[in-house]
Design a protein around this ligand. Structure first.
Ligand SMILES: C[S@@+](CC[C@H](N)C(=O)[O-])C[C@H]1O[C@@H](n2cnc3c(N)ncnc32)[C@H](O)[C@@H]1O
Length: 677
């Protein structure tokens, strides 16, 4: 399997494969066996002791040893979990759910239409793929384990740690991997944090270019007493922001806005300040939809100098949000407004020039690749560029679902598309996490970029306008039917659907810096990304395009002339070994390729394929041993003989117009060797 197509590749020995399969299967079977049985009341003390011990251990395990992360992990040290029994998130409002008691819980049951109110009574144990704690029901004093899978942090904040009272919507009561009964949260929106929200946000430094705040006060207050006026909420928001507590600042501005909106206040200075300040916080939090909406809501439209300055600032924030969303025409309009209001401000002119460059890239497909490559580094793997997509459209591809088709004739070597990633997690980033999954639907073990799934869920929760394009992608599980469900506690995203979409569409971005491939040989933190348009490209072993990564920009070029309306294809697996390729395509993407090459190779039969493979292995060994330009005569004679023998395994009639894959490497070597003679 090639590392450029897949987020990561792990080869398990049959014993490792069996052990993992067995462990995960046993848990699933145990769940099935106990399904519907009443919960057994647990001893509150034992749960608390367990969490205290585990918490201490996890603290020790988390002791700073950065080297550990880059060590080559063995498969048995990689996070493994079972998938394949997806369930939808709760889509009901809290007030439409019926309160339930802990004593009503049944094992391996989704308690639809119900809600549990609980208090956290223990510290949070943070593991790689999940966090857990002990919660208590106030009325009965009963305790239970509560576990949040994968999507544990929001903006550096541990979800379980962020409050002490939780509403668990439609609780799922099951068994943990260790076989302990547990309440389990898979969808972030199923856990509603009720009190003390946003107290533990980790500090972040706001981007300076975004501008300072109106009416900033010195940082004093940390907790917001009830009964604040809207102005006090604003001041508390500003104080929280000064302390870089972004979530608290956001909450304070929101409280202020709720107050003024509830009171039906006219659009006065205070309302505008609250919106403008919240726009700033949202920009830093990457909540771009709300940042843009807030900035526009803050506009006064007044032409006196003070208000022109304030509106200029708001347009700048709206422009930045539109730019980061890739909506460059809109961003241009906002920056132009900013320039009109405050012609002397340099930032407007600079951002306008930058936006015009993006629009040019979008329209022409002409990029300064030299500059882009020169600007890449470990700290800056994301490229400031637009996507060029005009050459293609999505259409039906019979037998393969949807596919990408050329809008016009494209020459060999020409750019087909150039696409910025929707979301990428680099191997060296904190969020990177590769897990092994056992899928009970097809009994297969796969490598899953779990960190990418988590990052995508977070991005969607923060930017509802982006939900449709991700949820439209192909995945085995249909989820909650691409609906945008907004409710009091936030947007509902089906985390299982994201998982399935990622497993069929994500791939490794390859190298950002020369000579170093992220993720290669590293099991637990490979780089992986999702490119929306490129996700529509179907596979063919005799494809007409090739991908190249420049940071998070993916450049797809034609490898031969492509006619208008022809389907664009890419090779998901370029292995010359038919049998290995067929297994990989089924295992990772769930289909059998029926291209003309596969049909021919299949018709050759296993014996001939085996013979060809042996000859190819021999040729590869020679090529690997001797550098072509320095090869001795004897090596060249041997290489020619091997190439002839491989060629003899191909039937001329069957392989008319088809590539002879096993010959490609040795032929290239021979051609290189010939140039030096
Ligand atoms: C990255 S998506 C490609 C777009 C997808 N066809 C769609 O409808 O959105 C990968 C999935 O497309 C399908 N696919 C891709 N190439 C195929 C092929 N050559 N034959 C059959 N199915 C294919 C498989 O279901 C695979 O899991």
């Amino acid at each position: 399997m090639s590392s450029t197509n897949q987020p990561n590749t792990i080869f398990l020995t049959p014993e490792e494969d069996e052990r993992m399969r067995k462990t995960l299967k046993i848990r699933l079977q145990k769940c099935q066996l106990l399904a519907g049985q009443p919960r057994v009341t647990s001893n509150p003390k034992s749960g608390l002791n367990q969490v205290a011990a585990a918490s201490l251990l996890s603290d020790i395990a988390a002791a700073p040893d950065r080297g550990l992360k880059s060590q080559k992990a063995r498969p048995d040290t990689v996070v493994a979990f079972a998938v394949g029994r997806p369930y939808p998130p709760c889509t009901l409002l809290l007030q439409d759910l019926q309160l339930m008691r802990m004593s009503d819980l049944r094992i391996e049951t989704h308690h639809r239409g119900r809600v549990l109110t609980l208090r956290r009574v223990a510290p949070v144990v943070k593991l790689v793929a999940l966090s857990w704690t002990v919660v208590q029901e106030e009325s009965s004093g009963e305790t239970e384990r509560l576990e949040v899978s994968l999507h544990k942090s929001r903006h550096g904040q541990e979800l379980l740690e962020s409050g002490s009272i939780f509403e668990v919507k439609e609780p799922y009561f099951t068994l943990s991997d260790q076989g302990d009964p547990t309440l389990r949260i898979d969808h972030p929106s199923d856990l509603v944090v009720c009190k003390d929200v946003f107290r533990t946000d980790s500090p972040r430094s706001p981007t300076e270019e975004l501008g300072d705040l109106e009416g900033a006060v010195s940082a004093t207050a940390h907790t917001s007493p009830a009964g604040n006026t809207a102005r006090e909420w604003k001041e508390e928001g500003n104080a929280a922001l000064k302390q870089q507590n972004l979530l608290l600042a956001h909450e304070n501005y929101t409280q202020g806005l709720q107050l003024v909106t509830r009171d039906g206040a006219a659009k006065e200075d205070l309302v505008c300040d609250l919106f403008r300040n919240r726009a700033y916080v949202n920009l830093i939090l990457n909540r771009l939809d709300e940042a843009r909406a807030d900035a526009l809501a803050s506009l006064t439209g007044l032409e006196d100098q003070k208000n022109k300055e304030l509106d200029s600032k708001a347009y700048f924030r709206a422009g930045c949000a539109a730019y980061d969303l890739g909506e460059f025409q809109e961003a241009k309009r906002f920056f132009e407004e900013q320039q009109r209001l405050t012609p002397d401000r340099k930032d407007a002119a600079a951002r306008l020039r930058q936006t015009e460059l993006r629009i040019q890239e979008q329209d022409t497909g002409v990029y300064d690749f030299k500059k882009i490559k020169a600007g890449l580094s470990v700290g800056r793997p994301r490229v400031d560029a637009a996507s060029f997509t005009r050459n293609v459209r999505v259409g039906e591809s019979p037998g393969r679902g949807r596919g990408l088709f050329a809008n016009r004739d494209i020459d060999s070597g020409e750019i087909i598309i150039c696409e910025k990633t929707f979301c990428v997690v680099w191997g060296h980033e904190e969020e990177a996490l590769t897990a092994m999954t056992y899928d009970s639907r097809d009994d297969r073990i796969r490598v899953s970029p779990a960190g990418l799934c988590k990052a995508i869920v977070q991005k969607l929760l923060d930017n509802p306008s982006q939900v449709g394009k991700v949820m439209d992608l192909y995945g085995d599980y249909q989820g909650i039917d691409k609906q945008l469900i907004k409710e009091a506690s936030g947007l509902v995203i089906d985390a299982f659907q994201v998982h399935d979409i990622v497993s069929r569409n994500a791939f490794g971005p390859g190298s950002v810096y020369s000579g170093h491939h992220y993720g290669e040989g590293e099991f637990n933190n490979a780089s992986a990304g999702l490119w929306i348009l490129a996700s529509y490209i179907n596979h063919s072993c005799i494809s007409n395009s090739e991908k190249e990564s420049m940071g998070d920009l993916m450049v797809l070029r034609a490898t031969r002339p492509i006619s208008a309306n022809e389907e664009i294809t890419h090779s998901y697996d370029a292995s010359s070994d038919y049998d290995a390729r067929t297994v990989a395509l089924m295992n990772t993407w769930g289909f059998t390729c029926t291209c003309t090459l596969c049909i021919a190779e299949k018709a050759d039969g296993p014996a001939l394929r085996k013979k060809r493979q042996e000859l190819e292995n021999e040729a590869n060994a020679l090529v690997g041993r001797d550098i072509a330009v320095r090869a001795k005569r004897l090596s060249i004679i041997k290489a020619r003989r091997l190439a002839r023998s491989i060629n003899d395994t191909y039937d001329d009639e069957r392989y008319k117009d088809l590539p002879r894959m096993a010959l490609l490497r040795i032929q290239k070597w021979l051609a290189e060797a010939a140039t030096t003679r």
